[in-house]
Design a protein around this ligand. Structure first.
Ligand code: PEP
Ligand code: MG
Length: 327
């Protein structure tokens, strides 16, 4: 079994009827680069940068972040690295920023992710500067977590351009042209305004972990309600489908990078929606590739339509299992 998966490493991720799929890795640490390369990932679809802020009392400066990101970009040897700005708050806490979260009644709905970055522009500028500089060493994309409105994207883009100009004036080497700026679609409101967001940004990454949490009002870390947490709920699927179609209409790249992207059972459905790029933990990549290589995309697209007529997550799971058993 392990040997069979290993042989898959060097085979292309292409459906039985010939459509190429981009399979990227989610990584959380510089040392994860090795795992991403080992499984034959096409790139890093999600680099969580929280590691830079964890388990310390001070904040990482631009130089430290630059060196760390540069190592990751170089380690990926020309494959694109999608670096996400800081996503703390909610269930993700950073001790060095603890003061911001002390009196927050609803952390998952509070000062999280991009909201904190826009409240503390210095923090965001430092990250963007490090990313722009790392982008001089290989292809990079910049991804924003927990985006909810177009004005947030516009503000970040203004800051990005300002930071880039400042670095250029100082003669510092940065990515040229500026890296694509994309947004996580992980809030229902963002998904429902995906057509508007698509006009302000360069790519989407659909984060189904938070999208499920916020759509179903189920804390993703609460065991008491874990049995109700189901990304196959038709509401979640409709939001994924709507966002995907908005991106395809606007002709911007769209990927799925939540946990479901790494589950081979869901591949047929996501591809059936029009998704052609998935990002997952490196350990899942070969199993997903195997599923994709066995998949008939025309049939998957037809099945996705049937599935979207269903009203029950359990029934959807059965239909998906039936289809997966065929290949
Ligand atoms: C998600 O929410 O689906 C996601 C990929 O981001 P994270 O798990 O880091 O919140
Ligand atoms: Mg998320």
């Amino acid at each position: 079994e392990r040997e069979a998966l290993k042989r898959l490493r060097d085979l292309p991720a292409v459906t039985r009827d010939g459509t190429s799929i981009v399979l990227n890795a989610n990584i959380e640490m510089p040392r994860d680069v090795e795992g991403a390369m080992d499984c034959g990932a096409a790139g890093v679809g999600l680099l969580r940068t929280e590691f830079l802020y964890m388990n310390r009392d001070d904040l990482p400066d631009e130089e430290e972040q630059y060196e760390s990101l540069k190592g990751i970009v170089e380690g990926m040897q020309g494959r694109t690295v999608t670096a996400r700005t800081l996503d703390v708050g909610g269930e993700k806490l950073a001790t060095s920023l603890g003061g911001h979260f002390a009196d927050c009644a609803n952390p998952a709905l509070g000062l999280r992710a991009i909201r904190l970055s826009l409240r503390e522009p210095k923090l965001l500028e430092t990250q963007l500067a490090a990313m722009l500089r790392a982008g001089a060493h290989g292809p990079i994309r910049i991804l924003l977590p927990m985006i909810c409105t177009v004005s947030e994207v516009r503000k970040v883009r203004e800051i990005l351009i300002r930071v880039a100009n400042r670095l250029k004036r100082r003669g510092v080497r940065i990515a040229d042209p500026l890296p694509p700026l994309g947004v996580m679609i992980e809030i229902p409101g963002a998904a429902l305004s995906a057509d508007a967001l698509a006009t302000t940004c360069d790519f989407f990454a659909i984060g189904t972990n938070d999208l499920t949490q916020y759509t179903l009002a189920i804390d993703r870390g609460d065991e008491q309600v874990a049995h109700l947490y189901d990304p196959l709920h038709p509401a979640v699927l409709r939001l994924i489908q709507f966002s995907t179609e908005a991106a395809l209409r606007a002709r911007i790249p769209v990927s799925v990078c939540g946990e479901i992207a790494g589950d081979p059972r869901y591949a047929a459905l996501l591809l059936g929606f029009g998704i052609r790029e998935l990002s997952m933990s490196p350990g899942s990549l070969l199993a997903v590739k195997r599923r994709i290589r066995a998949l008939d995309l025309v049939e998957a697209t037809r099945r996705a339509r049937v599935i979207m007529e269903q009203s029950d997550a359990g029934r959807i799971a059965i239909l998906l299992d039936d289809f997966n058993a065929l290949a």
